[in-house]
Design a protein around this ligand. Structure first.
Ligand code: CAA
Length: 289
């Protein structure tokens, strides 16, 4: 494959750029400005340095991966990319504006993929240059660690598009699961009700933050408790996905927990704002309830 374009140099976009470069793809990385794209690349350099320190990567492999990542001014530079992956903010109007811009340069055979975690692929495809060459490719955080990619086909996505993106995903060393374009796809459909239920349990006084998390972590053998994971994903993102599940199905089982709504209204989004179910201002996270 020729170059891969990655739109969005935040946590997800940088992770996608990193694993693509490590798999040998040339990557064009964009964000709202070249500076933001450069900052994304600087973060990738740090992540690769850590792998070198841990002797999981040679310094030659780090240098080779970094050399493959080119921060660019805008998506206008992505005309020669065979695959462009949008990993911008999870807001539909932002994604639609990006698709309109990429539509002016995307090659005739190139594929546009979105890393959306909750917006319907069939609807997003309507704003893409060609719905047959549009697909959902859902990575998990932290991208370099998590072994899964969900591939979501919209109604109009072609078989060739699915096959090409599946081959790319596998070349990154990830396992691929295919989902139809249903709310939350597979993983968030199952995960979000659990995280939301942990918020209900906390709000109803069932147990403390520590005990809910420790109970689920050790009792279910999960790597993180649900409240820690919600903070890690971002409470704003969790609420948004719960709302998508709730409004698109109309099923009350997906209604967001009042405490989750309150925390988001307070601007307590979890790790990224240093306050969620834990306080992250000190050396170790401290439960807040
Ligand atoms: N980037 C790269 N590597 C990372 C990392 C990051 N942000 N965070 C941790 N790692 C690596 C560490 O370097 C370490 O690597 P080695 O084993 O090679 O040394 C390994 O992951 C384990 O890390 P730690 O020992 O520091 O900590 P841990 O054992 O607690 O693992 C974790 C951290 C991998 C994040 C683990 O807690 C975990 O898997 N948590 C669950 C994550 C999860 O569920 N993600 C999905 C969220 S849902 C989503 O993303 C989709 C959506 O749409 C919302």
């Amino acid at each position: 494959m020729q170059a891969v374009g990655v739109i969005g140099a935040g946590q997800m976009g940088a992770g996608i750029a990193q694993v693509s470069a490590q798999a040998g793809y040339r990557v064009l990385l964009s964000d709202v400005s070249r500076e933001r794209a450069e900052a994304g690349k600087a973060g990738i350099a740090k992540a690769l340095d850590r792998l070198v320190t841990k002797e999981k990567l040679t310094s030659e492999a780090r240098d080779a991966a970094l050399a493959l990542i080119e921060p660019v001014e805008s998506v206008a530079a992505m005309g020669a990319c065979a695959l462009v992956i949008e990993a911008a903010t999870e807001r539909e109007e932002i994604k639609r504006a990006i698709f309109a811009e990429i539509g002016t340069v995307l090659g005739a055979d190139a594929i546009l993929a979105s890393n959306t975690s909750s917006i319907p692929i069939t609807r997003l495809a309507q704003a893409s240059p060609d719905p047959a060459r549009f697909v959902g490719v859902h990575f998990f955080n932290p991208v370099p660690v998590m072994g899964l990619i969900e591939l979501i086909r919209g109604l109009a996505t072609s078989d060739a598009t699915v096959a090409t993106v599946e081959a790319y995903a596998q070349s990154l060393g990830k396992q691929v699961v295919r989902a139809n374009d249903a709310p939350g796809f597979i993983v968030n459909r199952v995960l979000m009700p659990m995280l939301n239920e942990a918020c209900f349990a906390l709000g109803e006084g069932v147990a403390s933050v520590r005990d809910i998390d420790l109970g689920c972590q050790l009792g279910l053998n999960h790597p993180m408790g649900p409240l820690t994971l919600a903070d890690f994903i971002g409470l704003d993102t969790c609420l948004e996905i719960c709302r998508v599940l709730f409004t698109s199905t109309g099923d009350p089982k997906f209604r967001p927990a009042p405490l989750l709504v309150k925390y988001v209204e307070a601007g307590w989004f979890g790790r990224k704002t240093k306050r969620g179910f834990y306080d992250y201002t000190g050396p170790e996270p401290v439960p807040t309830r």
